[in-house]
Design a protein around this ligand. Structure first.
Ligand code: HEM
Length: 305
């Protein structure tokens, strides 16, 4: 992953800058959301479908575009009457992008189907997706075409859930870092990273990352003040009788419910001086937990742990 991040930053920041005469040791301007999205897309593709795909910039960009257009089109479709949506959905560019991504993946999916073991270049996740999708059709196997369709959909569901929230969260961390005096945080975070890396023989591993207490706190503070949504973890009540909460509040069927993340993260009763950015306020909490009643950046409940 470390290699992928370095390569991504080189491709997205340094190479375009070098083409216009920029030098490695000089500052160059970059647009944060777009840069982060490109690197994160590469990273997630490496994780889910392997190195061959993560190094294909056209592929990783298509995957990132897919996630972005799903969000934009879902907002637009919300304004369109229910009965028209399935028809309009077919006309959207999303289907075209999906079919292009499927074309990219099909060779690798066929290879996975013909081999029970993942190759070194193929991600174990893709291998799992192929074999799970094949078996998903009850007792009889899906056809090869159906399997390709199903794996592409599964792949895009993962990348959709992974790329955009991570892009927004990481970009926000960079913006928070830049908006604070460097003597307050940047120097301490760099020192911590250098010390931990040296302690782990120059290699980032899960164990090494767990030792980045200042970094963890800084990221959490950034997510506390600027979560990816003002409300998160939206749910629709589908039970015909509605849903009654423990305190007696009743939500009728069809109600939309979500967690007021922003309000909770800014609650004086939960955080002292909640409007203030205190990058190291979570340092004492060494459990490195990602979720809880007072910290809802990843939603709440079993799947958010
Ligand atoms: C900083 C980065 C991230 C943030 C802030 C974030 C935040 C969230 C939030 C708020 C939800 C909704 C939870 C709910 O509805 O209860 C969610 C769901 C989900 N996220 Fe993330 N996420 C991040 C990164 C990722 C990554 C990297 C992956 C995958 C590799 C991922 C996969 C998912 C999935 C699969 C769901 C749906 C879970 C379900 O409905 O059961 N997320 N995420």
């Amino acid at each position: 992953m470390n290699e992928e991040i370095r390569d991504g930053l080189r491709r997205v920041i340094w190479e375009p800058s070098a083409k216009t005469g920029g030098k490695l040791d000089e500052w160059s301007a970059t647009e944060i959301l777009h840069t982060t999205q490109s690197v994160i897309s590469q990273l997630i593709c490496r994780l889910v479908v392997g190195r061959t795909f993560s190094r294909n910039l056209e592929f990783t960009q298509k995957v990132a575009d897919f996630s972005y257009s799903v969000i934009i089109w879902s907002i637009i479709l919300d304004w369109i009457p229910d009965f028209l949506r399935p028809w309009i959905a077919w006309l959207l560019p999303i289907e075209k992008t999906k079919s292009k991504i499927s074309d990219y993946l099909c060779g690798e999916i066929l290879r996975c189907l013909s081999s029970p073991l993942a190759s070194t270049e193929t991600s174990a996740i893709l291998h799992q997706l192929v074999h799970l999708s094949r078996a998903e059709n009850g007792n009889s196997f899906y056809s090869v075409d159906e399997t390709i369709k199903c794996v592409t959909t599964q792949f895009l569901s993962i990348t959709f859930g992974a790329i955009d929230p991570t892009t927004v969260a990481v970009s926000q961390v960079v913006l928070d870092l830049l908006s604070q005096p460097s003597s307050k945080y940047l120097v301490a975070l760099q020192e911590e990273a250098t010390t931990v890396l040296a302690r782990h023989g120059g290699n980032w591993s899960l164990e090494a990352v767990k030792e980045l207490k200042l970094m963890d706190s800084f990221i959490r503070e950034s997510q506390r003040l600027h979560p990816i949504g003002i409300t998160l973890a939206a749910r629709k009540v589908i039970h015909k009788g509605g849903w009654t909460f423990e305190n007696g509040d009743h939500a009728p069927a069809g109600s939309l419910i979500s967690v007021p993340t922003y309000a909770i993260h800014h609650d004086k009763a939960l955080y002292s001086d909640p409007e203030q950015f205190e990058g190291f306020r979570f340092v004492e909490d060494d459990k490195l937990k990602t979720t809880g009643d007072a910290f809802l950046a990843f939603g709440y409940g079993r799947h958010a742990w």
